[in-house]
Design a protein around this ligand. Structure first.
Ligand SMILES: *Cc1c(COP(=O)(O)O)cnc(C)c1O
Length: 337
């Protein structure tokens, strides 16, 4: 793509050449279909539109220092997609189907994979929803699984730097035993209002507390939270937190760095004791947190305007694997040829 300004890319949809689809009807999946069509035609009474029977995934392909294309931990995204489908009573596609679709989308859109060194990448978006027409609330009998992609820019245009987040106690993200631990659209629809309230005050993300007691830290926008102190990487244990694949990877890298990893409840009162903290997810890898403001109590927690040493090292180690600069000793990358 000679005329593409890779450095100017943000996180927006860009048309590519092909997307991949599987249709579930009459109790079975279709063969994989490849199409250039960006549109779908569904019935106005399709269950996804009325009852939120919808899930999605997000993962990236990177062009490495050696020119090879690496898809990061695609099987993990496939497994998480399966757990979301089970939770919504949707048909469950196989890991092989999902991985095959992701690989195919990358291959068919090779020219949209940003060059090495631009910080940009190819974002893959698997999305699946119930398409059965009807009125009653019941599981969908038909579904459509689409995997498409879009080139996206570097998350931090001028290098990684700390963000400010706000705690919101007026709206919760997910209830205990609700759907917080699966990647389904409803969770994001319900998070928009608190997100907007935070944005108005200049905060980029909302930090959610546990919905039952508002005592423990849960998530940081669409990122998992982690805190660093006394040689430990600490991340919330909760049944309403989405199991982030980035967090899972960072926990391994933290152990490699000699840090102890703790998955446990993190009370809000512990915030002042962290040396560093951050959010983590596919989009940014790590968003170091510089400041946390509690919108209801007015408490402020500050961690400085520079990226902490541990955050920086974790970030570098993960990106080194994604871009092929370091050995992929856990086999996280699928090379797409
Ligand atoms: C997608 C997502 C994450 C990050 O997951 P990754 O697999 O690391 O991209 C974290 N929290 C929420 C709520 C999410 O939707």
């Amino acid at each position: 793509m000679e005329n593409m300004d890779w450095g100017a890319l943000g996180f927006d949809y860009r048309k590519t050449d092909a997307n991949v689809r599987y249709y579930y009807t009459d109790g079975k999946w279709s063969e994989m279909e490849v199409t250039g069509d960006e549109y779908i035609k569904i019935h106005m009474s399709a269950s996804c539109l009325h009852y939120g029977i919808e899930l999605f995934e997000g993962l990236k392909a990177f062009r490495g220092v050696d020119g090879k294309v690496r898809l990061f931990r695609v099987e993990e995204n496939a497994k998480r997609l399966q757990s979301s489908a089970e939770r919504l009573c949707l048909p469950v596609p196989t890991i092989e189907m999902i991985v095959k679709a992701c690989v195919e989308v990358v291959k068919r859109n090779e020219k949209y994979i940003p060059p090495y060194g631009t910080g940009a990448s190819l974002y893959l978006r698997p999305v699946m929803f119930g398409t059965t027409a009807g009125l009653g609330v019941k599981p969908a009998k038909d579904a459509l699984l689409i995997v498409y992609c879009s080139p996206v820019g570097a998350y931090f245009k001028d290098g990684i730097k700390p963000i400010s987040v706000a705690i919101d106690r007026e709206q919760d993200r997910a209830a205990p035993r609700g759907t917080g631990d699966v990647k389904v659209g409803g969770n994001y629809a319900s998070s928009l209002l608190s997100g907007e309230n935070g944005h108005k005050l200049g905060y980029s993300n909302i930090m959610y507390l546990d919905a039952a007691e508002h005592k423990y830290i849960e998530e940081c926008g669409a990122c998992n939270f982690f805190g660093i102190k006394e040689g430990k990487y600490i991340t919330p244990k909760s049944s309403s937190v989405l199991p982030s694949i980035t967090n899972k990877s960072l926990r391994q890298l933290a152990r490699d760095m000699g840090l102890e990893v703790e998955d446990r409840l993190i009370p809000v009162e512990e915030l002042p004791t962290f040396e560093e903290c951050g959010g983590c997810g596919t989009a940014a890898v790590i968003s170091p947190i510089g400041k946390i403001f509690d919108m209801q109590t007015n408490d402020i927690y500050e961690y400085g305007t520079e990226v902490g040493k541990v955050c920086m090292e974790l970030y570098t180690r993960l990106q080194d694997i994604q871009y092929g600069r370091a050995e992929d000793k856990y086999n996280w990358c699928t090379i797409v040829e």
